[in-house]
Design a protein around this ligand. Structure first.
Ligand code: BDR
Length: 317
């Protein structure tokens, strides 16, 4: 079985990614660690528990992590995911926070990776604060991972949060810097531009949400808010390749659960800009090797979209 540990800031696309993992054959979800990002870390924990409840998987342990970035103020993406992170469509029967593990996310991450050395694929679909803190507490952590899959960063300095900054990296640039410099395991990046170029058509979404299942009903309910946000003129203008759904986090998850999803990738050392009026949080791709870094990340260039659609469909079955 593929062992996964997932670090999320559970907004709507994180929920989609978690559901994709839970439906994937041969995958064991060892735990979900929560971090600030799309919404507060408390909301993130609540949202993860809601997703697990809908999927009948409340036995997966959930851990609360960092409530803010290493430096500076917390961002949020309420304009896209709703204030509560899941489309402001509350569920009165949602599980309470008493279902969380007592252990904190960072120590759980270190423990789980050490207990399963060389076997864990870590999927991060959020600001990288928990991962950065974990590597500071256990510098050997990255060498014990099987792989790291990140949704974040950008390859063409296209921002979705600042002019040049993608959300997850901009929400904690220092953490992204630490992770990209210290995690020397095979690292796959599903960057913003890649996700924009691989949107799912609205026709696909209609069929996806029309599936007769409790999971599809749940998704339709939490997703309404971001569908509306995605259809605004501003959004369609600023993102690449026309209308459609960008389920950003699901691409990183697809790469982690199925090795054959990634069809092409570029291999370059990467880092993150920490200063600059418009460039703080922007990912740097060192195509000429000027940073003198030996570790190269796999920047996903092409994915098997037919496979991806099947995985997405299965997630709501
Ligand atoms: C990323 O930012 C968040 O809003 C999404 O959940 C995704 O992880 C895209 O930039």
């Amino acid at each position: 079985k593929k062992k996964l540990l997932v670090d999320v800031d559970c907004g709507v696309d994180d929920a989609q990614a978690i559901m994709l993992a839970l439906a994937a054959p041969g995958v064991e979800l060892l735990g979900i660690t929560c971090v600030h990002g799309n919404t507060t870390v408390e909301n993130v924990c609540r949202n993860v528990l809601r997703v697990l409840q809908v999927c009948d998987k409340l036995e997966v342990p959930v851990f609360k992590g960092a409530d803010r970035p290493i430096l500076g103020n917390r961002l949020n993406a309420g304009h896209f995911h709703g204030k509560d992170g899941l489309g402001d469509a509350p569920d009165p029967n949602a599980p309470g926070l008493d279902r969380l593990q007592e252990e904190g996310a960072v120590s759980a991450m270190i423990r789980i990776v050490n207990e399963n050395q060389g076997e864990v694929s870590l999927v991060a679909t959020a600001p990288l604060t928990n991962l950065a803190l974990a590597v500071r507490m256990d510098p050997s952590l990255p060498s014990k991972l099987k792989g790291l899959y990140i949704m974040g960063g950008n390859t063409e300095s296209r921002g979705n949060t600042s002019v040049c900054g993608e959300f997850n990296f901009t929400a904690d640039p220092e953490a992204a810097f630490i992770v990209l410099n210290d995690y020397q395991c095979p690292t796959y990046l599903a960057c913003w531009e890649f996700t924009c170029r691989n949107k799912l058509s609205w026709d696909f979404c209609d069929a996806w949400l029309a599936q007769k299942s409790h999971k599809a009903q749940f998704m339709a309910k939490i997703f309404r808010y971001s569908i509306e946000a995605s259809k605004t003129e501003r959004f369609e203008k600023e993102v690449i390749a026309g209308p459609g759904l960008i389920s950003c986090d699901s691409y990183a998850m697809a790469a982690a659960v199925d090795d054959s999803f990634v069809l092409e990738s570029d291999q370059f050392p990467v880092s993150v800009e920490l200063v600059g009026t418009h460039t703080r949080g922007m990912m740097i791709v060192d195509t000429m090797g000027l940073l003198n870094k030996t570790h190269k990340a796999f920047i996903i260039k092409k994915g098997d979209m037919e496979k991806f659609k099947k995985m997405m469909m299965a997630a709501l079955k």
